[in-house]
Design a protein around this ligand. Structure first.
Ligand code: EPU
Length: 335
């Protein structure tokens, strides 16, 4: 386990921001991780996985620890279900592909989500009608305060839309994740608009899990920029949830406002629509901007700094507040 000083994090964040860490190391086992935590004297310790949901806005004075613990296995629970154990450092999409190859269903809608498996529970990743919590059973967690490992059940994780205990309490490091997936007779989720449309277009009448994965991959590739080509962190903001009265008021001026009913009283509004309506879609300033196909995604055209992107995001939040009286919350984690 090597500690490198003055290390550029450009290849460790999908925004492609060239920020420096005073110290950097990569750990590939729990033993190494526990050792570095107990021996390194830096007050500031920042843990990163795939770096796909962070925006680094400063030079990091302390130590950055890259979590690279790998491994994936499954065991059959009964005829219908298997339990898959995925270590935190496994790339999420590679883990999805592994499950598809082993004919295990339940996460095909979550294909091509960037990042590592250890980050998946933090924001309860979700796409095309499925969230991690739908298949999650437990995860193994290291408590930085005690350097002890324990198992968190689904209830312990307090999952909500793009939220969990791990967003609120930064002392927990996820080491591995257990999912309950189906062996057979999997009920596919194809009701999310564009999945169905694509299946019809391709003439697929009886889709299998691999078909759903292919379709989702295609949709994502069409809409979302590939971080290898254009720096980004996926959705920069969460979709806001507003109450019925607010929605009725907004409909007076914006009769076409899209909305998804969550309960009698609350409605989710696509932040992408709000940002597009406010005129930001495709807008570029210097080396940062809003993506041309998906207004929820901020992009780095090359040499943007984290500070510039953060400042830009604040101006978007301000505009949305002014025009719609809606507070946009950040989805990415600011470092
Ligand atoms: N929309 C626009 N303009 C845009 C983008 C979106 O008007 O530029 C409106 C349209 O009405 C569209 C609706 O927003 O029908 C929904 O758009 P989309 O299906 O692209 O989904 P989203 O709500 O913008 C969420 C997730 C994505 C996930 C997709 C698909 C959040 C914050 N984002 O985006 O997750 O892939 O649904 O399920 O919930 C991510 O978290 O990084 C991410 C990409």
């Amino acid at each position: 386990m090597n500690i490198v000083t003055n290390f550029s994090l450009i290849n460790y964040n999908t925004f492609g921001v060239d920020a420096t860490a005073n110290q950097f190391t990569s750990v590939s086992s729990i033993k190494e991780l526990k050792k570095i935590i107990s021996t390194n004297e830096s007050k500031e310790k920042i843990f990163i996985g795939g770096g796909s949901n962070i925006l680094i806005t400063k030079k990091i004075e302390g130590l950055v620890i890259h979590l690279n613990i790998k491994g994936i296995s499954s065991k059959k629970l009964d005829n219908n279900y298997s339990e898959v154990n995925i270590k935190a450092g496994e790339n999420w999409n590679e883990a999805v592909k592994w499950c598809l190859k082993n004919n295990l269903g339940g996460i095909e809608n979550l294909s091509l989500i960037p990042g590592n498996t250890g980050a998946a529970p933090i924001q309860n990743i979700g796409a095309y009608g499925v969230e991690l919590k739908d298949v999650f059973t437990s995860c193994e967690v290291l408590d930085l305060k005690t350097n002890e490992i324990s198992e968190f059940s689904k209830e312990d994780c307090q999952f909500e839309y793009r939220n969990s205990i791990f967003k609120k309490n930064r002392n927990y490091i996820i080491l591995s994740v257990k999912l309950k997936l189906t062996n057979t007779n999997h009920k596919l989720k194809i009701d999310y608009g564009s999945i169905n449309e694509k299946l019809v277009l391709l003439g697929i009448e009886n889709p299998k899990i691999a078909d759903i994965a292919n379709v989702v991959t295609q949709i994502r590739k069409e809409k979302l920029p590939d971080p290898k080509k254009l720096g980004n962190s996926g959705s920069f903001f969460k979709n806001p949830i507003i109450n019925k009265r607010q929605l009725e008021q907004l409909k007076i001026n914006f009769c076409d406002i899209p909305n998804y009913k969550i309960s009698e009283e609350s409605y989710k509004i696509p932040a992408g629509w709000l940002i597009e309506k406010a005129g930001f879609k495709g807008k570029r300033i210097k080396d940062y901007g809003v993506h041309k196909n998906q207004a929820l995604v901020l992009v780095n055209y090359g040499n943007a700094t984290g500070k510039e992107i953060l400042k830009f995001s604040l101006s978007i939040q301000k505009a949305i507040k002014f025009i719609f009286n809606i507070e946009l919350e950040l989805e990415v984690n600011i470092i």
